[in-house]
Unconditional design. Structure first.
Length: 109
């Protein structure tokens, strides 16, 4: 399977797990707690597969950048937690950094 598809799946699993973390109520609710544990387990397993083929720094830059943006979007939709303009600006800078790495850095491949 394509390494970037694996990375996308790892990011999706981590985003679901992190978004569900609030619903665990301190891990007192079994359903969301299982979703968090399973999501993180899947995410880290997939991330380990990705790191066999991509450099750690590049993998983590994409993982964290995409995760920050996607979790913020889901938090806005699910929990009505809207980011202010400095938060949006910061996320834009993170995305810009990931794009620079992917387009112009030799370490991305």
């Amino acid at each position: 399977m394509n390494v970037y598809v694996l990375l996308l799946l790892a990011i999706a699993a981590e985003v679901v797990a992190t978004t569900a973390l609030k619903a665990t109520a301190g891990f007192t609710r079994p359903g969301p707690s299982l979703l968090v544990i399973g999501g993180y387990g899947l995410a880290f397993w997939l991330l380990g597969l990705v790191m066999q083929r991509l450099p750690v720094g590049v993998t983590y830059a994409i993982w964290s950048g995409a995760g920050i943006v996607l979790i913020t979007l889901l938090a806005a939709l699910v929990y009505r937690q809207l980011p202010d303009w400095p938060a949006l600006l910061g996320m834009g800078l993170i995305i810009s950094g990931v794009v620079v790495i992917q387009l112009w850095s030799g370490s991305g491949h």
